[in-house]
Design a binder for this molecule. Structure first.
Ligand SMILES: C=C(O[C@@H]1C=C(C(=O)O)C=C[C@H]1O)C(=O)O
Length: 201
């Protein structure tokens, strides 16, 4: 299994979980945003938004991800890792885990996304439902090959991320998104212009 760019540093938890460290309001608004992150970032990116596919390979997901997806032991999934670029900076690292059994029939086109945003397909399909959003602190994975390459200088040792399961009928796929240090959350999702948040950390 390849080494993901960021690893969970804590427990995945819903944003209203008491007594767990929380991000500041500005970033929390992005972490809990229920609509398409692609659409919200496009609004911010003034025409420069793009998806860079880092890898898209069949593999056995981590035991934790397999548990989230209710996969049988050894069941493989298509793992897609991308960077969402805003203007000329990397804003989000996304890792999607799509079980083989999910990518069949009318969902088989998800095997051939290339650099089209996954969200544009998921949010335009009326039969797709999104499960609860969990958030977590993440830590940079020293085993990942990426930091020395294209993202060198753009990766903080810790970051906040979110994760949710999308349901295509009864078939799940798991989408995780980590906000990278170049992303400025001080413009609320769904708006093109910055909003001032009261209690920034
Ligand atoms: C789920 C969405 O799709 C986005 C695009 C992704 C991709 O192209 O791989 C992955 C995760 C998301 O950041 C979304 O836009 O909300």
């Amino acid at each position: 299994m390849a080494h993901p760019l960021y690893l969970a540093a804590g427990r995945w938890h819903t944003p209203d979980t008491p007594a767990v460290p929380q991000p500041d309001d500005a970033l929390l608004a992005w972490l809990v945003y229920p609509e398409s992150l692609t659409a919200a970032l496009k609004l911010r990116g003034d025409g420069h938004f793009r998806v860079q596919v880092l890898r898209q390979e069949w593999e056995i997901p981590s035991a934790e991800e397999a548990g989230q997806l209710q996969l049988a032991r050894g069941e493989r999934a298509l793992v897609r890792e991308v960077i969402l670029w805003g203007t000329d900076q990397p804003w989000v690292f996304a890792r999607s885990v799509m079980p083989e059994a999910t990518l069949t029939g009318d969902a088989s086109h998800l095997r051939r996304l290339d650099n089209r945003p996954l969200g544009e397909l998921l949010f335009n399909d009326p039969d797709v439902r999104r499960g609860p959003i969990s958030i977590n602190r993440l830590r940079l994975n020293p085993a990942s090959a990426l930091p020395e390459g294209i993202l060198a200088g753009h990766l903080a040792p810790q970051a906040w991320g979110r994760r949710s399961t999308f349901w295509l009928g009864e078939r799940p796929l798991l989408v995780g998104e980590t906000f990278l240090k170049d992303f400025n959350p001080d413009c609320a999702p769904g708006r093109a212009a910055p909003l001032q948040f009261k209690n920034k950390a």
